[in-house]
Design a protein around this ligand. Structure first.
Ligand code: PNS
Length: 169
């Protein structure tokens, strides 16, 4: 029997999460089974103008993953691979919904590998039920009065409803 202790696998699941959707949540659940610890990392220096502040996104994410052992939510600035190194993470987890995602994801994965070859990117296929969901579309649908039930966790649906109610007043 091999007596070499197994190195623990620390995964990072990075993103904007503006806001978290059920597709993200599915990936967190499945990603958790592959790693010993999963760090859900919200990019805080994005150029795009988010609907929710980093603090609001972190608050929602923490609430949604509350009680899941081995999952931590935090924010990061700068290069993802530098943050991964800082946190001793060896795997970056990203979801692929459709072939259209693949091109950009591959580009990022290869750039990240060039920057830090010791950090491996793992692509998980989005669950079939979630493959059409994106934060951008969810925001568009609710802003136009559409129903987003089942697309985001109930807490997030409430926060979105509040946000768009405020925007109309
Ligand atoms: O949810 P998103 O917006 O698709 O996530 C994109 C994210 C946060 C993973 C990506 O923009 C990122 O890693 N940004 C950090 C800066 C960085 O490392 N850039 C070089 C990547 S090749």
């Amino acid at each position: 029997m091999d007596a070499t202790p197994r190195r623990s696998v620390v995964g990072i699941y990075p993103g904007s999460f503006d806001p978290i959707t059920n597709g993200h949540l599915d990936l967190i659940e499945r990603g958790c089974r592959l790693v010993d610890r999963l760090i859900v990392a919200i990019l805080s220096n994005a150029e795009k103008r988010p609907l929710f502040s980093v603090e609001e996104r972190m608050d929602m994410l923490r609430e949604v993953v509350r009680g899941r052992p081995g999952v931590e939510v935090c924010t990061f600035n700068g290069l993802l691979v530098d943050f991964a190194a800082e946190r001793h993470a060896n795997v970056i987890i990203r979801g692929i919904r459709a072939i259209s995602d693949y091109e950009f994801e591959l580009q990022m994965a290869l750039m990240n590998r060039r920057l830090r070859p010791e950090v491996e990117t793992v692509f998980l296929m989005a669950g079939e039920a979630y493959s059409f969901i994106s934060s951008r579309l969810v925001k568009e649908v609710i802003s136009l009065g559409g129903n987003i039930t089942g697309l985001v966790p109930p807490l997030v649906a409430r926060r979105l409803a509040e946000r768009f109610a405020k925007k109309e007043t």
